[in-house]
Design a protein around this ligand. Structure first.
Ligand SMILES: CCCCCCC/C=C/C(=O)SCCNC(=O)CCNC(=O)[C@H](O)C(C)(C)COP(=O)(O)OP(=O)(O)OC[C@H]1O[C@@H](n2cnc3c(N)ncnc32)[C@H](O)[C@@H]1OP(=O)(O)O
Ligand SMILES: NC(=O)C1=CN([C@@H]2O[C@H](COP(=O)(O)OP(=O)(O)OC[C@H]3O[C@@H](n4cnc5c(N)ncnc54)[C@H](OP(=O)(O)O)[C@@H]3O)[C@@H](O)[C@H]2O)C=CC1
Length: 268
């Protein structure tokens, strides 16, 4: 199946009555998630540092969409806590999508202490702070958290030691919180997208290298933002009610690595 064959599977009102915070909703994967949750009837609070891109997501959703843009740097723990409390008190909270994240690509020896800190703050510490702030509201609604991870989180990748360390931390946190908060009815999961051809990836990585990554995917293509969005919606919706503590890879098999082939090229 090609990306063009993709069809949404959830019922049109699957998220009616839901209130979800999506970080990084002004671009790429986060925007696709926000638009899909809105289309399924959820109220969405989109969080990011740039007002214009966040507001553009709202315009794309249309005037009837229950969307609010909130400018906030997720690394500012006090501001994040205040934001979550504001949304939680006004509308409740049934979902939190920790999608904001990113990194520069560099070998460990070229990552300065500040560079390491910047990436770990964004991809791990900020995720903990916002998730912790959301807990009481998620407990009240028996809600769900979806953490955006990376396909290579368990097998490693060159040039991503800082980001992978942070995402591995998020994965460990996901499993710990699934246990700690399961009794409160809160579910916590991670998604592992493969290569998603967003403008942000094009800015950070060389095009020929990205093409090579995609060519190496067992199912032969990149992951689309819409596919990640549908899975996110599924996990937040009642359809995902028994799923928690998981890393779900949505990468065409890329996490399996270079195939080990004991049969040789001709399969003999
Ligand atoms: C088969 C499957 C494969 C899957 C592959 C998955 C690939 C993943 C793709 C994506 O994630 S796509 C999203 C791409 N977008 C981004 O990643 C955005 C990247 N940028 C940021 O998020 C931020 O810039 C940052 C990296 C978090 C840094 O933010 P901050 O504003 O705090 O940075 P600065 O104050 O500018 O710098 C802090 C520190 O970092 C050093 N630094 C910054 N860039 C680089 C670099 N390119 N190389 C080395 N070091 C860098 C910077 O120099 C500062 O350190 P000092 O110089 O002060 O020591
Ligand atoms: N593209 C890919 O191939 C893959 C991406 N991912 C992950 O998916 C997520 C989205 O990626 P993608 O859509 O490609 O990238 P984008 O850069 O388009 O998305 C990142 C979003 O996060 C927001 N953001 C970044 N830093 C902060 C901050 N400090 N506070 C608040 N918001 C912030 C950005 O908005 P603003 O700048 O306005 O703050 C932006 O909207 C990231 O976590 C990425 O690492 C995972 C696997 C593969």
């Amino acid at each position: 199946m090609t990306a063009a064959d993709f069809r949404p599977v959830l019922a049109q009102d699957a998220l009616s009555g839901h209130s979800v915070i999506v970080t990084g909703a002004g671009s790429g994967i986060g925007r696709a998630i926000a638009l899909r949750l809105l289309a399924l009837g959820a109220r969405v609070t989109g969080v990011g540092r740039r007002a214009e891109t966040l507001e553009e997501t709202g315009r794309m959703a249309g005037a009837d969409a229950a969307y609010a843009a909130e400018v906030c740097d997720v690394r500012e723990a006090d501001a994040v806590e205040a934001l979550v409390a504001r949304v939680g008190e006004a509308h409740g909270l049934t979902g939190l999508v920790n999608n904001a994240g990113g990194q520069f690509f560099a070998r460990a020896e070229d990552i300065s202490p500040r560079g390491w800190q910047a990436v770990v703050n964004l991809n791990l510490n900020a995720v903990f702070a916002i998730t912790r702030a959301a807990r009481p509201y998620l407990e009240a609604s028996r809600g769900a958290v979806v953490n955006m991870s990376l396909s290579p989180v368990e097998r490693g990748a060159i040039g991503m030691s800082h980001s992978l360390a942070a995402r591995a931390g998020v994965l460990a946190m996901t499993r710990a919180l699934a246990l700690e908060w399961g009794g409160q009815g809160i579910r916590v999961n991670c998604l592992g997208p493969g290569t998603v051809l967003t403008p942000a990836l094009a800015d950070e990585a060389h095009a020929p290298h990205v093409a090579k990554l995609v060519a190496g995917v067992p199912l032969g293509r990149a992951t689309s933002p819409e596919e990640v969005a549908e899975l996110t919606a599924f996990l937040i919706s009642p359809a995902g009610a028994l799923m928690t503590g998981q890393l779900i890879q949505i990468d065409g098999g890329a996490h399996l690595g270079v195939p080990v082939n004991m049969l040789g090229e001709d399969g003999a």
